[in-house]
Ligand binder design. Structure first.
Ligand code: MG
Length: 242
């Protein structure tokens, strides 16, 4: 390898590498998608608009959601989960609340994106729809409202880009909570926000029930015909795994 660095520079703190170390391993080369919404070469595509082969009902079985015109749609047949499991990950997903507005508050365009099947980023038609703040579009449900309401009008496609860090346990003891960074339509809603625990309803969350290091992505059937498309994931590697 060409000598591109320096060997007389100081070592970085807690590191075997010097500043500008030419021997430090190079990052893996990947190919970006055509746009930042398109899956890069190392992404795991969970839904490309054609079928639900990467999904199942909670507990197993074929999901009953409708697939047409490049999207999937909730059909009151239950939540669905990805067959693949993820711990630390980057998620891209697009969704649309029903164009025909029905109901109000939590009864309008409600669905949800559950990281590890446990930590919900709320999907809701929050456009001119008053509801409790920690249940608004992009809320870490029941815990933290989004920093802003950046919801588009019903029927319009919207994007979530989420960085999720799984919690860490030492035995039954929590050593690091789950962290969520969430963008809605490119706008920051949560910046590495620690979650209080898996999502609950009308209850406090806690980490009192330790869970494994990975879990599926879950999409919620809340009874409203919400649509999803272009869903892809990337595993996040630590620097020493590069
Ligand atoms: Mg929901």
């Amino acid at each position: 390898m060409a000598n591109v660095g320096y060997d007389h520079t100081p070592f970085l703190p807690d590191s075997e590498w010097r500043v500008h170390d030419g021997q430090r391993p190079q990052p893996t080369v990947i190919s970006p998608g055509a746009t930042s919404a398109d899956a890069p070469s190392d992404a795991i595509v969970l839904f490309d608009g054609t079928d639900l082969s990467n999904w199942q009902k909670v507990g197993g079985g074929n999901p009953g959601w409708k697939v047409e015109n490049g999207y999937m749609e909730v059909t009151r047949s239950g939540d669905i989960v990805s067959k693949a499991e993820f711990g630390d990950c980057q998620l891209h997903l697009e969704w649309a609340a029903p164009a025909e507005v029905k109901g109000d508050s939590q009864g309008r365009g409600n669905s949800g994106v559950f990281l590890m099947g446990l930590y919900e980023v709320q999907v809701l038609d929050g456009y001119e729809n008053l509801t409790y703040a920690d249940g608004l579009t992009g809320a870490i449900y029941g815990q933290y409202p989004p920093k802003v309401n950046a919801c588009r009008q019903p029927g319009e496609w919207q994007t979530y880009d989420i960085v999720f860090e799984a919690p860490r346990y030492d035995g039954d003891d929590l050593t690091s909570p789950a962290y969520l960074t969430v963008f809605l339509n490119g706008i920051l809603l949560h910046n590495r926000q620690p979650a209080q625990g898996p999502t609950g309803h009308q209850s406090l969350s806690s980490y009192n029930s330790p869970h494994g290091p990975s879990g599926p992505l879950k999409l919620q059937d809340h009874g409203d015909p919400v649509r999803f498309r272009n869903i892809w994931m990337r595993h996040i590697k630590d620097y020493d795994e590069a």
